[in-house]
Ligand binder design. Structure first.
Ligand SMILES: [Zn+2]
Length: 350
């Protein structure tokens, strides 16, 4: 089931000066990887989480995933212990990927209401525990919903004329060129590129007359650490959600273009801890799954950080891939899901 529908809101209506455009059709905002669906009310079938043996704080890099990002302090997440999910009781770290609510002492920053509802359509093959899109729901529960495709999206019944789909088709418009009063919802597809194409082609609602496509004008390079086959313009789903809001703000409220940057709060933490674990160990080789755009960030970080580990104290168990594995584990969600990489590699972007 989709996340409990947050109160609907009308789009605010600032004026809409056109944004610059350099439509890179591949900034696939849309194809994001796979997160978990909306908040469910029932406890996930899962016993108590095993005692965590990974509570030691991982060093965070000071690098930001995007240069001008303005996010709240993420260090409280660094030492966050597993705690019971307030809804289902499962012990999780950071947030519950089933209920999509925060858990533990690290309280997420308060997000302002979004100018429109973001509806994440998560392809059924996308692993719940891998999705960065879920962060959006946890951080902005009133304005982000998660729907499983196709099971839940069959009941999606917004007014097609008020819905935009983040998808770089030839007819896609830029968010800054669309009258902000003309739409209330933006569908963000969470899946591989292939799945995204299929969904746009096959989902009855997305084919309805009136549904418009929107794409980015100037997408940033992704900072996503997972291997991806597409270009650096292929953003992780949560990056795409954040960037959509950025471009909206740049067009309609440029003085507050960072207003929704906390959408990347969990993402920033994950990025900083994964990059940080490599930065502190100059000898560690980049895991193949972490190549791609992430490599240049690592090179930059290492260039700055003066090799703290001359000889390369290597991975005992806390340093090597174990860290990454561990980081990713937490990342994948506080709850379960072991990280297997196959689908990661399959996600074109995010
Ligand atoms: Zn829960």
């Amino acid at each position: 089931m989709p996340t409990p529908p947050p109160p609907r809101r009308g789009a605010e209506a600032p004026k809409a000066p056109p944004t610059a455009s350099n439509d890179d059709s591949s900034p696939a905002n849309s194809s994001a990887p796979a997160p978990a669906p909306p908040a469910k009310t029932q406890p996930p079938a899962r016993g108590p989480t095993p005692p965590s043996n990974d509570d030691s704080p991982v060093p965070l890099t000071t690098h930001l995933p995007h240069l001008d990002l303005v996010v709240a302090d993420v260090t409280p997440l660094q030492t966050a212990p597993r705690t019971e999910c307030p809804k289902c009781g499962v012990r999780v770290r950071y947030y519950c990927s089933s209920c999509l609510v925060p858990s533990g002492p690290a309280v997420p920053p308060r997000m302002p209401r979004l100018p429109f509802t973001l509806d994440v359509w998560k392809h059924k093959y996308e692993l719940k525990g891998k999705s960065t899109a879920l962060h959006g729901r946890v951080l902005a529960p009133d304005d982000v919903r998660v729907w499983d495709y196709p099971n839940e999206t069959d009941t999606y019944d917004e007014d097609p004329g008020k819905v935009l789909v983040l998808y770089p088709s030839p007819q896609a418009q830029l968010i800054g060129e669309i009258d902000p009063t003309s739409f209330t919802h933006v569908v963000v597809i969470d899946g591989t590129w292939y799945q995204a194409h299929q969904m746009v082609r096959d989902a009855p609602f997305l084919r309805r007359a009136g549904v418009r496509h929107v794409s980015f004008a100037n997408p940033p390079k992704t900072s996503f650490w997972r291997f991806q086959q597409k270009s650096e313009q292929h953003l992780a789903t949560i990056e795409a959600m954040w960037w959509l809001l950025r471009e909206y703000q740049l067009a309609h409220a440029p003085a507050e273009f960072t207003a929704y940057d906390n959408m990347l709060w969990y993402y920033t933490f994950q990025y900083q801890r994964i990059l940080g674990s490599y930065e502190t160990d100059q000898q560690r080789k980049l895991n193949t799954r972490l190549k791609g755009a992430f490599r240049s960030d690592l090179d930059a970080a290492r260039g700055r950080a003066r090799s703290p580990t001359p000889g390369g104290q290597e991975s005992g168990d806390g340093t090597g891939d174990g860290d990454v594995k561990r980081a990713r584990l937490d990342e994948e969600s506080a709850t379960q899901h072991t990280v297997d990489a196959k689908s990661a590699a399959a996600h074109p972007r995010s």
